[in-house]
Design a protein around this ligand. Structure first.
Ligand SMILES: NC(=O)c1ccc[n+]([C@@H]2O[C@H](COP(=O)([O-])OP(=O)(O)OC[C@H]3O[C@@H](n4cnc5c(N)ncnc54)[C@H](O)[C@@H]3O)[C@@H](O)[C@H]2O)c1
Length: 334
């Protein structure tokens, strides 16, 4: 270990966002313990980081987690490990609660047992507020989950507050908008940007559900990682902070931008709007500016160009790894 700063653990650190968080922490001088069961994460996502990262391949509820936190001398846990498929959460809510509520409570108990001071949590600003409040949505908006996934993300805030009162464990929940960037898996339950890029580059048809006027707030994973790094300090404690750009981009506009970047025709197929999807979504991140000194740095056009390049570069490798067939998936995840 060469890091001069306190060790930090990142659950889900081999995943898309977690690997960006791990990178940002290593760059800031922290040794990082990644805890990941590799259910969707990949060791390759950490390959460039060398000896400042140690991987514990385990479920977050495994008793080995607490021991590893203690041995590693972890001061803060960034908790990103989760089952992220919203539609799967609707199909099997008990499994979602097991992975995302019970799993999180297990992380909190492991943190207490190991003497960790703080947990920084990946919540979902794109889903916990539901559709009742017009965007941009601030943290003061009522919580109104419309899926078990969102309910789990909101529910664990009660557990954070309880562990704070019971054990003094400090916490910050970062409510993320729609995150995109390199390493988001287009073959998984991916965001719309990775899916469009993957299909446009491959010359395959793309699909828009509804009329395409639905909007999302796209925030780059490197910006999200900077927010996690800031939240690891003694700031913004015992509350939720939105992390987004406040900018609404329609899915139809996004398709045009991406078709241009990929050199593909801007001709998406159309399918009926899917029930349960928000029509508009954007977060007010004023509080993140005040408490974390955070604001998004990556412009959407630049981030899209980088993501397209990454997907282009990763295609041969993924083709070799890919299972025989992927189930058909729609392009939106909240
Ligand atoms: N991608 C987004 O737009 C977005 C938006 C809001 C919130 N989030 C949250 O950010 C976090 C990371 O999401 P992502 O998009 O990087 O997904 P991801 O699937 O790439 O990352 C999740 C990681 O957690 C690991 N994992 C899952 N369950 C585990 C368990 N029980 N024990 C140990 N490891 C486990 C997976 O192997 C994977 O590496 C999640 O908590 C997600 O809910 C994501």
């Amino acid at each position: 270990m060469t890091g001069a700063r306190p060790p930090i653990a990142v659950t889900g650190g081999a995943g898309f966002i977690g690997s960006h968080v791990t990178t940002a922490l290593v760059e800031a001088g922290h040794p990082v313990l990644v805890i990941d069961d590799l259910s969707t994460g990949r060791v390759a996502n950490l390959a460039a980081l060398g000896s400042d990262v140690e991987l514990l391949e385990a479920d977050v509820a495994d008793p080995a987690v607490s021991r590893a936190l203690g041995t590693f001398g972890v001061s803060v846990v960034c908790h990103l490990a989760a089952a992220i498929d919203v539609r799967a959460s609707v199909a099997d809510p008990a499994n979602d609660a097991l992975r995302n509520v019970v799993g999180t409570v297990a992380v909190l108990q492991a943190a207490v047992d190991a003497g960790v001071g703080k947990v920084v949590f990946a919540s979902s600003g794109g889903s916990i507020y539901g559709s009742a409040t017009p965007p941009p949505v601030a943290e003061t908006a009522p919580i109104a989950p419309e899926s078990p996934y969102a309910a789990s993300k909101a529910a664990v805030e009660l557990w954070f507050a309880t562990f704070r009162r019971l054990h003094g464990l400090r916490w910050t929940a970062l409510a993320l908008a729609n995150v995109y960037g390199p390493r988001q898996d287009p073959a998984g339950e991916a965001g719309v940007i990775s899916l469009f890029a993957d299909r446009l580059i491959a010359g395959e048809p793309t699909m828009i559900y509804g009329d395409g006027s639905q909007t999302r707030d796209f925030v780059h994973a490197a910006d999200v990682a900077a927010a996690f790094r800031a939240a690891c300090g003694p700031v913004a404690e015992d509350l939720r902070v939105n992390i987004g750009t406040g900018v609404e981009t329609s899915v139809r506009r996004l398709h045009t931008m991406m078709a241009e970047l990929c050199g593909a025709p801007d001709e998406p197929g159309r399918a009926p709007a899917r029930p349960g999807e928000l029509h508009r979504s954007a977060l007010d991140a004023t509080l993140a500016g005040q408490l974390l000194g955070w604001s998004p740095a990556v412009q959407l056009a630049d981030g899209l160009a980088e993501t397209v390049e990454w997907i282009r570069g990763s295609m041969p490798g993924r083709a070799a790894e890919a299972p025989a067939a992927q189930p058909a998936r729609g392009p939106l995840r909240t």
